[in-house]
Design a protein around this ligand. Sequence first.
Ligand SMILES: [Zn+2]
Length: 605
Amino acid sequence: MSLLLRGGLIITQDEKRRLVSGDLLVEDGRIVAVGEADRTADEVIDCSGCAVLPGFINLHHHVANTLLRGVADDMPLEEMLPKAAAIDAKLTRRDVQIGALLGCVEMIRSGTTSFHDLFYWEDEIARAVRESGMRGFLSWVTLDEAFTTQHGSPVKNADAFVAKQKGDPLVTPSVGVQGVYSASEETYTKAKEIGERRDVRLHTHLSETRGEVEAHREKTGLRPVEWLEKIGFLGERVTAAHCVWVTMNEVRALARCGTSVAHCPVSNMKLASGGVAPVPEMIEEGVVVGLGTDSPISNNGMDVFADMKVAALLHKATRWDARVMSAQTVLDLATIQAARALHVEQEIGSIELGKRADLAVVSLKGAHTTPFYPETVIRHLVYSGRGSDVQATIVDGQILPVLGPLVVAGVAVESDVALRHMNVRDSKKLSPEKREALAPEIEKVATWELLVIPAEEIDMMRAEMSLNDFEAKLFAQLIERLHPETAYVDAADVDEIEFKRRVQRELRFAVEVVSQHNADELFPVVSAASILAKVRRDREMRAIEAEIGDTIGSGYSSDPDTITFLEKWIKKNGTLPPHTRTSWDTARRLLAESRNRKLDEFGGR
Ligand SMILES: [Zn+2]
C-alpha cells in the first residue's frame, strides 16, 4: 500500500532542518521519497497550501484521565492529586478504555502521532492505541503499595504488562514510577531492575513542586535528583517529567546520567508549581528535552500547538529575553527531540528516507495563518497554529476510514500451495488493480466467505463493545461457516492469546485457532482473505457512490473527496449521509462544525 502527499511544504526536522516544497511518498509505512516522487500511489492527499510535519510526540501524558477533565481546576497539585485519586479509585476498566480512546481521538485530530503515558491499566490504553491506530509509549506506574489504588502489586503489574506487550509495532511498554513522594528507594530499585531485565525504558515525575523538593530534603538530606542519582536510578533509560525545581548542579547530573526531561509548561503554570524549569540551561548542558502536555486534569487539552506557544512565551516572559526558546527550538522539542528522549529517533521524529511515516498535514490557509511565506512557516506553526488546522494525521502510513462498511473475509483451503504460487500478500501492500486481478484467482482455488457490516450496524455494535470484541465475533462467524480444522486469524488485540480466547469463546465447536499479529503478511490464506475483503469494500464504496450520485472518494478521513462530500451533504441536509460511521470522529466533527456555523450565522443577524 502506498500513499502520496502531493504538493505540500515539507518541514523535515532533519539534521539541517530543511524545508522542501513538493511531494512525500510512503510505501508500506515508510518514507521512500521526499521532494520529488517519480510515481503515483494507491492513495493521494492534496497538500497544497499545507505544511507536512513529523507528527507530534507528546512526551508526558496520562491519557486515561481524559474523563476527569475539569474535575480539579484552579487548585494546586497537592489538592488536585487526592481529588483525582479518589475518582481514579472508582474508575472501571471500561472508563479507562473510553477515556483513552477519547484522548486518542483528540490527539489524532490535532496532529499528535505518539504519546508517552504514565498510568496503571496501561493494557486498556494499549487497546485504545491499537484501536485508534496511534503509537503509544506506555509506562505502567509503580509506587509504594501504601499509596496505590491499583489491584495487586504495582511492581508485579508493571512487569507483567511489559512482558505481555513487548514486540508490538504500535505499543512500546515501559515501567513508570509516580515520584519520590510516593515511591521508596525499594520501589525505584525494583522498577529499574525490571527496566534492565526487560530492556525497556523508565518514566517518572521529578521535582515538580518546591514542596516535593523540600519534603524530600527533610526526609533524606538530599534533593530528589541528587537522591535518585545516589540510589542509582538515573540513567539513559529514564525520562523525567517536569524538573521545575532543579539547581544547575542537578541539571548537570541529569546531563551526566543521560536522563531526558519532559517539559510540561502548561501543567506547571496551571498548578502554580512556581518557578520555571530551566530548559535553556538543560539544552545548553546537553540534556535531551521534549514537550509534554501532562494530564487532561492539569492542562486541560492535549493540542500540542497550544503547548508549543506557551513553552516559547513562558521562558521569554520570565527572562526578559525575546530570543530565548525560539520557534524552531520549541518545534524540535515537540518532534525530533522528543523522539531522541525516547531513543526512537532512528524511526520517528523527522521526515527522512527510511523512517516510519508518522505525519501531520496542517493547513496554512486559515485567516490566522495569513499572510504566510515559506520562511515564516515554523513561526506560524508555533505562534499561530492550532490543532484544528490539522487536515490529516498519519501513523505508519495508515489513515482511518469514516465512510462505508466494514468487510471481513475468510478463505479455506486444503493446501496453500496454489495461493503461494499466486504470490498473495497483505492487501494493504498491493495496488487496487493487483487486488482486483488476484480476487477471481483466489475464488477459483479456495472456499470463501464474506461478511459486510454496514456503517449503521458498526455504530450500533460500537455502542455496546470494543472494535476488537466485535471483530472477534465476526471472525468466529466466518469460522463457523467454513468449519476448518485450523483457523488462522489476524489478531486484532495487542494480546494475541487473549484474542484467540475471545474468538474461541464465540465458537460452538472445537477448532485450533492460530492468532498472530501481521497474519495477513505471514499466512497466504489470511493474505487471500484480506484481498477479498478489500476488493469487496472498494466495490461497496462504488455502489454507495452510485446510490448517492456524487463522488465520495475512498471513505477515509484523509481523502479530500470524502471530506468535501461529507461537508457538502451536511450543509445541504443538516445530517450525516447514509453509510457514515458516526462512531468515528471525523464524521461527528463535521456535523458539529456545521451546527456551529448555523448558530454563528443566526447570532450575527
Ligand atoms: Zn504527570
